[in-house]
Design a binder for this molecule. Structure first.
Ligand code: GDP
Length: 195
């Protein structure tokens, strides 16, 4: 697959606006500010494909990107404390609608977690949900460049205790800054796109 061959397609603010699945989809999920946009931009060698923002939780949309014969799906970042209840509900409707839609050809979800911290309550809820619904997912630990090797090791040990079924889940430390883990993510995308 040519990772330069990607293009923004559409944003949806409500689940009922999303057309029925036509293609295989690979989604990115994570709390707002986890580094999701930066990671997507890094994978596809683009500066502004996904919007990197210093102000978390601004828009609540699902964004679709054309990538060869599949869609890359950027799920709205969750868990930003300062958003209104209305916005939280919109988020919940969108993401739950999307993830509960069993007609979709959702071949893989990249679940992003900030490598520096324990998973949030929302992160754990997402993981439990994906396990319960038997949705295929891998965990991407973001911003790995911010930790020194010893701290990294300690955090990995801690994740083992914090994340259920950790040993059965593929976990990829990565950095949009150093490029750690990016090749691995590309390999997984290529594999999931042909399942
Ligand atoms: P999003 O809200 O999940 O899309 O997160 P963004 O991609 O907008 O990133 C949030 C903040 O974290 C920005 O200030 C980014 O520059 C920073 N950031 C994202 N990824 C990395 C990374 O891999 N390393 C470092 N050091 N900073 C990062």
């Amino acid at each position: 697959m040519n990772f330069n061959n990607v293009q923004f397609k559409t944003s949806f603010g409500r689940f009922d606006q999303i057309p029925k699945a036509e293609r295989i989809e690979i989604a990115f999920s994570g709390r707002s500010n986890v580094g999701k946009s930066s990671l997507i931009n890094k994978i596809f060698n683009r500066k502004q494909l996904a919007k990197v923002s210093q102000v978390p939780g601004k828009t609540v949309t699902i964004n679709f990107f054309d990538f060869e014969n599949i869609y890359i799906v950027d799920l709205p970042g969750y868990g930003y404390a300062k958003v209104s209840k209305g916005k939280k509900n919109r988020w919940a409707n969108l993401i739950e609608g999307y993830l509960n839609d069993t007609t979709r050809k959702l071949n893989l979800i990249f679940q992003l977690i900030d490598m520096r911290h324990a998973p949030s309550k929302d992160d754990l809820q997402m993981i439990d949900f994906m396990i319960e619904k038997e949705l295929p997912f891998v965990i991407v630990l973001t911003k790995s460049d911010k930790l020194k090797p010893t701290a990294k090791k300690l955090r990995m040990e801690a994740f083992k205790e914090e994340i259920p079924y950790f040993d059965d889940i593929e976990v990829i430390p990565c950095s949009a800054q150093t490029g750690e883990g990016i090749d691995k993510i590309k390999e997984i995308i290529e594999y999931a796109a042909t399942l």
